[in-house]
Write a protein that binds this ligand. Sequence first.
Ligand code: NMX
Ligand code: MLT
Length: 444
Amino acid sequence: MSILKEKLKSKIEAWRPRTSRLVKDYGNVKISDVTIEQAIGGARGVKCLTTDISYLDPLEGIRFRGYTIPEVLEKLPKVKAKDGEMPYVEGFFYLLLTGDIPSEKDAMDVAEEFKKRQHVPEYVFNVLRAMPIDSHPMVMFSAGILAMEKESVFVQKYNEGMNKMDYWDPYYEDGLNLLAKLPRIASFIYRLKYKNNDIIKANPDLDMGGNFAHMMGIRKPYDDVARLYFILHSDHESGNVSAHTGHLVASALSDIYYSISAMIDGLAGPLHGLANQEVLRWIQGVMDKMGGKVPSEEEMKKFVWDTLNSGQVIPGFGHAVLRKTDPRYMAQREFCLKHLKDDPIFKYVDVLFKVTPPILEKQGKAKNPWPNVDAQSGVIQWYYGLKEYDFYTVLFGIGRALGVVSNIIWDRALGYPIERPKSVTTAMLEDFAGITEKELQTAK
Ligand code: NMX
Ligand code: MLT
């Protein structure tokens, strides 16, 4: 058994009594009330999910297993420090799954596991090749993942008959098999779609970030960019659309392939992960109108107001939970200030950062006027040559899969049941509100 699986097994065995005790002895303790606004308004703020992989404080931002982003970047082993400044993604996955900071040996062990599992069956590439070339890359990514469903170890073991307490094991096998293949599938889509099908073979000697950069055909330090990007996008507790979708689908015991493909579908919406593509599209629109010149703050304010007045959102700003600038935005901003501070698109993003929050505050609708992760991520990709911005959400998807796979393995380990919240009708809500039949008739 690998170091990671051995460690995870012991963590699961130690954790199970905590969950069982809470349900058995404290199951009736109340942790949340639900208002009519929440029932209609996307369950915002309703505490009804449990995860220990990450927690999002509205004012502080994300902590992965209790660690802030700067702590993660500082504490995780950089196996070949001379190669870059970012930790290896494989070590970060160890942290997500076990809650412990890995040693260099632990991180390398996961890297070896991924290398063993990275081969993608040829039929996946045939499925992708058969799709219309103008399909959105997120459609191709989701389809490529789903095409591999027949490889599921969980389905095979389930059909043979297995104990519920052991489900986590084949989910772990499926999860690692899938994560190891995602960079290959994603880079294949990129090269097929945008680089005339000039596919670059994997280099089995490289780590996940390094191999991804190699297969994309983008030089250093893009390997470090990939590592940073996958880590930052990995998890944002479990109520966001992609994480929740993955958790929900897997709660029916649909396997990892179904769950992660569905997760990708949720991420593909412009209010969620697709916002990173929308930010670049929006900036390109402004650039066209400005003839490439960086707008002054006054000019940028006008573009922001024009977008708001036409009933559209400013992509990359606002958040359902956060009430401050997203620390994932700040981590990427620091990277930009260090590596690309004179880049024209970074300057656009910088002006937007200054002018947009006061405008959103003045408009008075958005509860959080500050930028989120997506406002800053595209500019880095663009700078390193990845200018096909409809591919950006695929990068988010590779990262998010790390967190969602970790969550799903733990969901099965702790025996979380099928998810099934209760719905009510509008008439029932009117009844709760004490609205009478007579009032309803008068309102007509
Ligand atoms: N620009 C314009 N209006 C906004 C924005 C924005 N960036 N953010 C929120 N609003 C509006 C929102 O549309 C809503 O309007 P209405 O009352 O007319 O329906 C109002 O402000 C209240 O919304 P909130 O409660 O502040 O936000 P909510 O929790 O519903 O949605 C987002 C959160 C992230 C979907 C929303 O802020 C948004 O649409 N942002 C722009 C898209 C974006 O950047 N999404 C990426 C989020 C991060 N991620 O990667 O997933
Ligand atoms: C995410 O990373 O999933 C987004 O910031 C959206 C969210 O947390 O609601």
